[in-house]
Design a protein around this ligand. Structure first.
Ligand SMILES: NC(=O)N[C@@H](O)C(=O)O
Ligand code: NI
Length: 167
């Protein structure tokens, strides 16, 4: 089984896949007479297609532990999808770029360690693994497209990939 090295999640490292939703290192401006910092437009919600609309949901992800086994990916061709932790649970983000034919480019498969103060916003059509809460059940705010139309493609990878705890 091929080994996938776990990387630290940063805006720069994740830029080709979407946005990192975090306070640390993000720009802000004061509102409410200076009592509040607004960290503005950390990610954009993309919604395409007839009958689609942006919505706010929540997800409670089952706990997964290392070593993780990755053998499939999914994408949402009609909209972006974000996961923002809200009960202090870290999670693992696995993404891949697309080949010209639209399938995942496994040579570019990457795994990121997202801490509980970091969320992600997958760009529309970004290949990603479904939610992987790490070590305990995780609650997440989900902002994505709801409505009619086909908005989830799944593919099996050519092989399984193993993710181990960062040493
Ligand atoms: N559909 C949904 O809420 N979640 C998945 O798309 C996922 O990426 O976990
Ligand atoms: Ni998804």
């Amino acid at each position: 089984m091929a080994l996938l090295v776990l990387e630290a999640l940063s805006k720069e490292a994740f830029a080709q896949f979407g946005d990192v939703i975090e306070i640390e290192g993000s720009d802000w401006f004061p509102i409410n007479n200076g009592s509040t910092r607004r960290y503005h437009k950390l990610g954009m919600v993309e919604v395409l297609g007839e009958g689609g609309a942006p919505a706010i949901s929540m997800a409670r992800g089952a706990a997964f532990d290392f070593p993780l086994r990755i053998s499939m990916l999914e994408r949402h061709p009609l909209g972006s999808q974000s996961f923002i932790p809200c009960n202090g649970v870290p999670f693992i983000v696995v993404v891949a770029p697309s080949l010209p034919d639209g399938l995942p480019d496994e040579s570019g498969l990457r795994a990121f360690q997202a801490y509980s103060d970091q969320g992600v916003n997958y760009r529309r059509g970004c290949w990603h693994h479904p939610l992987i809460s790490l070590g305990q059940e995780g609650d997440f705010i989900v902002v994505d497209r709801v409505g009619s139309g086909h908005n989830c493609d799944e593919v099996d990878l050519s092989t399984s990939y193993r993710i181990e705890a960062a040493s």
